[in-house]
Design a protein. Structure first.
Length: 334
């Protein structure tokens, strides 16, 4: 699917297969090998222990993507914990509960077991794990450096965006921490078209509709579906990527923007600052003059520099090397 965790999970699956593993996928929704509805975020009942054991039958290593990190379905998390005690597993943590105010009271996650390895997606979270007595290894998200070319003219025609229109894409779900008001402000100030492909979640629907009704910017809400409009099309059609988030576990869009050579206006959430320390140069979403200049004539030097940093630090090859190193350290071989 198109959310950040799903994208990273698929890249891990591909990396594991290149390392010699056979993979099978299990989830509560989506195009997977084993569909267990009880694992879905909105499931009313968790999967049974028998269902889960049948899906895991024959698996020598289990990689858990965020289910034992963020408490969106605690009943399902409990079933998975019981099934994995004593068996090799990588708990891949994107969003531990203490990083969200509404989940700060949750203490059941993340669990720990001597048979498991914890992997975080940034060093900030690795340090927070250490503060809680848990040992984790940071493996930054990896990115495909050669995605399929996007179709700029075709996509803009589908969106009814003219060749002279300035198009700002905000490739996120509509939730509070994505800071939609900031993105709308600079689109209003610059006369740009605002495109948000994601839907409202986490009880943000009413506020989202209020913001869109009040803005003077033209708004496009067409989703990315991987067939009609792909992620490459999204970046090719855009002139600038908005990402003024107040919090992200990582934040893939600014990195994807670098790969597609698009300027990005990025908030100062902590992990963005961790990535800035690598050398990334992004615009301040509140500096409308600089954003306007980038819309008209983006800095080729900055775009090229950001692309080189992705190649050096955030490629799928680098991610695969880190995964291989972790597996070797635990004696987990295909």
């Amino acid at each position: 699917m198109t959310d950040g965790v799903s994208v990273v999970a698929e890249l891990w699956r591909q990396a594991l297969e290149r390392l010699g593993w056979e993979t099978t996928t299990i989830a509560g929704q989506g195009p997977v090998d084993h569909l267990l509805r009880g694992l879905a975020i909105d499931a009313t009942q968790p999967p049974s222990a028998i269902e889960l054991e049948q899906a895991l039958d024959g698996c020598e290593l289990v990689v858990v993507e965020n289910l034992l990190s963020i408490p969106l379905n605690l009943a399902a998390s409990a079933v998975v914990i019981d099934a994995l005690v004593g068996r090799p597993a990588i708990l891949h943590h994107h969003d531990p509960p203490w990083q969200r105010a509404r989940f700060a009271h949750i203490t059941q996650l993340p669990p720990d077991d001597a048979a498991w390895a914890h992997v975080t997606i940034n060093r900030l979270t690795e340090g927070q794990f250490a503060d809680r007595g848990l040992t984790a290894t940071t493996i930054y998200n990896g990115f495909d450096l050669d995605p399929p070319p996007g179709r700029r003219n075709r996509t803009r025609a589908l969106l009814d965006v003219g060749p002279d229109d300035r198009l700002v894409v905000h490739p996120v779900r509509a939730i509070a921490r994505k800071n939609i008001p900031s993105a709308l402000r600079f689109c209003e100030a610059l006369g740009a078209v605002y495109w948000i492909p994601g839907q409202a979640e986490e009880d943000y629907g009413d506020e989202f509709e209020r913001l869109l009704a009040a803005t003077s910017a033209r708004v496009i809400r067409r989703p990315v579906d991987r067939s009609d409009i792909t992620m490459s099309d999204l970046y090719a059609a855009s002139d600038l990527v908005a990402f003024p988030s107040t919090w992200e576990g990582f934040g893939n869009p600014p990195i994807e923007a670098a790969i597609h050579r698009r300027p990005a206006a990025v908030g100062d959430y902590p992990v963005a600052n961790e990535l800035r320390a690598l050398g990334f140069r992004w615009l301040d979403p509140e500096d409308h003059r600089a954003v306007a200049a980038a819309l008209v004539a983006p800095s080729e030097e900055a775009l090229a520099g950001n692309r080189r940093l992705v190649e050096a630090h955030l490629s799928t090859q680098r991610m695969e090397t880190d995964i291989a190193r972790l597996l070797e350290s635990r004696g987990w071989q295909p």
